[in-house]
Write a protein that binds this ligand. Structure first.
Ligand code: TYD
Ligand code: MG
Length: 456
């Protein structure tokens, strides 16, 4: 009988200490230490899958190691394939995090039932088989080789996986799993870490890719120790506003591809639909006279995206004027308002100002600054901005218009969508071959100049 030993673990960052602590010295969180049992696992409780076909590792010359890009498993959805860097790498461990109800289970179930050529095992500790089947019914079942398992014991899941030999294993979610080899409670840091470690061994030894769904804590980080993110090969974040339909799948870590790829989805009655031309859905058709709308050319990952910024400026009736934003940093808006006030003399201090980015997306790209300044001013003066104009420039504290990165892809996207004019920083057009774009480029170095051109 192994001697039981306990230790205190911070539930936020995974640091441990032999004594209880009020404040975690490692992450600074309060009241996060919980006592957990750490019994040394004895040699006898080796996992079943380990004992049989344990692959002996031997050093290999680097030239002898072959990897063929074609070995990547295609998920059947282009957005997900692209986000992963071109498909799923065999033996990789992928963690998908996101707020409850954002659509993580839907995304992975949809992937499972779309992978017609592959055998997939979807193990859920959260829902019953009937519930999963019901969800699959909504999405539309296509695959014949998709197996479901409602189970929370990791060793049971691995035993089944060993028998079934799936091409892909999906775990929904890592926080519901438990392994008998340690005594800590389900969802605790040590359980999560131990289970992830075992799944990683399974993935590497059998060369089966494993997807883990992970819950996020109140700060939006994946619940569980940071080490979880170090252990896995790829970390994806599924984000968006739960009440609006657009979702973004972002890579925050990828050992096998770039982290600047994103996937955009729309949550429908019948599951998630890929959005292949996001700019078209993010700009609402405008008829006639509407002030306070400016289109900005932003970048999400590698993808240029035209997004509608809407401002409403109206006199504040009482108290402190309100400043409220959806999808944009309110501090940055306040800064832009101060620039308008100070450098252009626009009297905004007694006005309520609301700013929305269309589609529920969160953007913190400074290239939207000019579009936002223009839409605020447009609403304030009640003069609409022509719908054929878009913007891509940062605004500095001195009221100067600054250059932004990857300007060519922003201009191309605007031209592709049929805009006639794009307003840029004068510093951005230096060395740029303007003739290759099918759009009029107007460049300015001061906000005042841009406004006098736009609103005169
Ligand atoms: P879910 O995948 O259960 O979220 P998570 O696993 O991240 O907690 O998705 C839940 C939401 O998605 C739920 O509010 C219902 C909605 N939904 C649709 O709108 N259409 C659908 O086809 C499905 C399956 C879910
Ligand atoms: Mg779920």
């Amino acid at each position: 009988m192994a001697k039981t030993k306990t230790s205190f673990f911070c539930q936020s960052c995974g640091a441990n200490s032999p004594k209880w602590l009020g404040k975690c010295p490692s992450c600074g969180e309060w009241n996060t230490y919980v006592e957990e049992v750490v019994s040394k696992s004895s040699a006898s409780d080796k996992e079943i899958w380990q004992s049989g076909d344990l692959v002996r590792n031997a050093p290999k010359k680097i030239q002898e190691v072959v990897f063929d890009e074609r070995h990547r498993l295609q998920t059947g959805t282009t957005e997900l394939d692209r986000t992963l860097g071109g498909g799923i790498v065999p033996g990789s461990l992928v963690l998908i995090g996101g707020e409850p109800g954002i659509g993580k289970s839907t995304l992975l179930l949809q992937m499972a039932i779309r992978m017609k050529q592959s055998k997939v095992l979807y193990a859920s500790g959260e829902e019953s088989l009937e519930q999963i089947r019901m969800r699959a019914q909504r999405i539309g079942i296509e695959a014949e080789d998709c197996f479901l398992l409602a189970e929370t014991s990791l060793s049971a899941i691995l035993t089944h996986a060993k028998e079934l030999k799936p091409d892909l294993l999906i775990i929904d979610s890592i926080q519901t799993l438990h392994t008998e080899s340690i005594e800590a409670s389900v969802g605790s840091i040590s359980q999560v870490r131990e289970c992830t470690g075992k799944l990683m061994k399974y993935a590497k030894q059998t060369n089966t890719p494993v997807f883990l769904i992970g819950h996020v804590n109140k700060d939006g980080a994946i619940a569980g120790p940071k080490v979880l993110e170090h252990m896995v090969d790829t970390v994806l974040q599924f984000e968006g506003d739960r009440h609006l339909s657009y979702r973004i799948l972002r890579t925050s870590k990828n050992r096998f591809g770039s982290t600047s790829e994103i996937g955009i989805y729309e949550m429908r009655e019948t599951g998630l639909r890929e959005v292949t031309n996001p700019s078209e859905v993010l700009i609402s058709p405008r008829d006639g006279y509407l002030s306070g709308v400016g289109i900005g050319a932003t970048l999400e990952g590698n993808r240029p995206l035209l997004i509608e910024t809407q401002a409403l400026v109206s006199p504040a009736t009482y108290g402190t004027p309100q400043r409220s934003t959806t999808g944009f940093d309110v501090k940055r808006l306040n800064m832009l308002l101060a620039v308008l006030e100070k450098r252009l003399g626009v009297r905004l201090s007694a006005q309520d100002i609301f700013l929305n980015l269309a589609g529920g997306l969160k953007v913190n790209d400074p290239a939207l600054d000019l579009a936002i300044c223009a839409s605020v001013y447009s609403s304030f003066e009640d003069v609409p901005i022509p719908s054929s104009i878009c913007f891509a420039a940062e605004v500095g504290l001195g009221g100067e218009i600054r250059a932004v990165n990857r300007i060519e892809s922003r201009i191309s996207e605007a031209a592709k969508l049929g805009f006639d004019q794009i307003y840029l920083s004068g510093y951005n057009v230096k060395g740029l071959d303007l003739s290759k774009f099918d759009i009029t480029i107007k460049s300015f170095t001061r906000l005042a100049e841009a406004f006098s051109d736009l609103f005169s």
